[in-house]
Design a protein around this ligand. Structure first.
Ligand SMILES: [Zn+2]
Length: 113
């Protein structure tokens, strides 16, 4: 399950953050997940909870925000949301599209004591 790997990565990031702030208790975590990252939020929550059990993070709440997939047209430089994997520009119908966001997983915020 690829969420297991993601949860592990997330926990490593949080651990570093906690160490940096001399925090001992983790209250909550907010993460942003791109719609295009192929992460299933429920599966990620499940893995996260298993992994933090009996650690200093036990009991922390995980909040997941879904970030839409945003593309930028290389021809006309406009940004738009990409739906249903249709990678073409709705303004000029260009097909050379850069993705701006929507593929990432980021730890946006943690709340600690
Ligand atoms: Zn365009």
């Amino acid at each position: 399950m690829h969420e297991m790997f993601i949860a592990r990565k997330m926990i490593d990031i949080i651990k570093d953050e906690m160490r940096g702030h001399n925090a001992r208790v983790l209250r909550s975590v907010h993460v942003n997940i791109g719609t295009f990252s192929s992460i299933v939020p429920e599966a990620l929550s499940f893995c996260f909870e298993i992994m933090i059990k009996d650690t200093e993070m036990d009991g922390a709440r995980l909040f997941i925000d879904i970030v839409p997939l945003i593309g930028r047209c290389i021809s006309c430089n406009k940004e738009f949301e990409i739906r249903d994997y249709s990678f073409f520009c709705p303004f000029c119908e260009g097909v050379r599209i850069d993705t701006v966001s929507g593929q990432e997983l980021t730890v946006a915020e943690i709340e600690v004591d």
